[in-house]
Write a protein that binds this ligand. Structure first.
Ligand code: ZN
Ligand code: ZN
Length: 405
């Protein structure tokens, strides 16, 4: 694997970035406060702020991140142009730079080659890294984005990043404000304040989502799932899932998990503007989850100093439970697919029979899942290493008494 030379380069302050990162909060917060106190706040500024916030936020998460960096779905030119215009307006560099950095982040996460390595501290991962100039040779740096180098619209945005940023990020909200007679209000609320807010919302993903939360899908890196981060990050709070399954267009897997970017992509699909959203199959996701739970159980067993005999007995039982659950899930999924594929060709009677069959598979899967959960729950009752260091007898009884079939 060819490594980039990010770790080797000399750290030089990037004065353009440093001044911009210092000035935008001053103007965005100080200037907007001054304007609000001297001119009041009207629906004009609030509407421009919300529209610009949504457009630039989606430009980054729906465009820069899930479309250009991970290619999790396909979309036509109108959507691409929207992403390139409002992604530039978010003031987070061109998509070529952003996606290259982001692909390095996934590939080398938590190492020196990770541009926003959380192990260098929360501030560094959040925004500190942007203060430094990237002195790598572009030919070497961009060797992880060959697809983007071939995209003429991406390259146009890269070459004209600054004028596009000024036009869509600052002139546009000023003009919108001018239509209602408040150009300065439009500029401050929709330009400066919005830039500062969207900056921190997206940077939270690199800092907080690598610090706080759970790791249900993978324990190999620092990425965390965090339900309350979703609303602040346009739905990118389920970062453990994302690092494990970066090809999936969703971050929040379930319908109730806040993932605004997923809903936006679904909406575009509904209008026919997006195609081929990629989803990791449910059984693969379940498998990953079960692996993590098995690992947690193994750690508990080790910590409890279980005897060899007890250890193997419990592990055998858990392994059986896991296999039973995976098999039930696979049968249910296969039956669901079969039903979907054939149902139009079937008679009403055949469909009714299959619907019953599907119900039975679903019940079986849910039973297997409930039993698995009962075993994992019992494992969590093992006390942390005690003076005796013995695996509690009652816990073993609890695990062994869970019926598998
Ligand atoms: Zn990503
Ligand atoms: Zn990450």
């Amino acid at each position: 694997m060819q490594q980039s030379s990010l770790a080797k380069q000399n750290k030089q302050i990037d004065w353009v970035n440093a001044s911009f990162l210092t000035l935008t909060p001053l103007i965005g917060i100080g200037g907007t406060l001054w304007y609000a106190f001297s001119n009041g706040v009207t629906w004009v500024e609030l509407t421009i702020f919300v529209l610009m916030y949504l457009a630039t936020g989606m430009g980054i998460t729906g465009g820069y991140h899930r479309y250009y960096s991970h290619r999790t779905y396909d979309c036509g030119l109108p959507v691409q142009l929207f992403y390139l215009a409002f992604g530039a307006a978010a003031v987070q560099n061109s998509v070529l730079n952003w996606s290259s950095d982001h692909r390095y982040h996934h590939r080398y996460v938590d190492t020196d080659e990770d541009p926003y390595n959380i192990l260098k501290g929360a501030f560094y991962a959040h925004m500190g890294w942007i203060f430094y100039r990237d002195t790598r040779d572009p030919a070497e740096r961009f060797n992880n984005v060959p697809d983007l180098l071939k995209d003429r619209y991406v390259m146009f945005q890269h070459r004209h990043y600054l004028p596009l940023l000024v036009l869509f990020g600052f002139i546009l909200p000023t003009l919108l404000g001018a239509l209602a007679g408040r150009p300065l209000g439009g500029l401050l609320w929709g330009g400066f304040l919005r830039t500062v807010v969207v900056h921190h919302m997206t940077w939270f993903i690199n800092s907080l989502a690598h610090l706080w939360g759970s790791r249900p899908y993978s324990l190999v890196d620092t990425a965390r799932d965090n339900w309350w981060l979703g609303p602040f990050t346009f739905g990118e709070g389920y970062h453990n899932f994302h690092h494990k399954f970066q090809a999936d267009y969703r971050n929040g897997l379930r319908w109730y998990q806040f993932d605004m970017t997923k809903w936006w992509i679904n909406l575009l699909y509904w209008f026919g503007l997006v195609t081929k959203m990629r989803r990791i199959p449910e059984p693969v996701i379940l498998k990953a989850k079960l692996r993590v739970e098995m690992e947690a159980v193994a750690r508990r067993l080790a910590a409890a100093n279980a005897s060899e005999r007890m250890w193997s007995k419990v592990q055998y039982r858990l392994e059986q439970g896991r296999q039973r659950l995976e098999a039930a899930m696979a049968s249910y999924q296969t039956a669901k697919l079969e039903y979907k594929r054939q149902k139009d060709a079937w008679s009403a009677e055949m469909r009714r029979q299959w619907a019953e069959k599907l119900d039975a598979y679903e019940t079986d899967f849910e039973e297997a899942r409930a039993r698995w959960r009962a075993m994992v729950k019992a494992m969590h009752r093992i006390p942390q290493p005690s003076a005796q260091g013995l695996l509690s007898f009652t816990v073993i009884v609890d695990i062994l008494k869970v019926r598998l079939f």
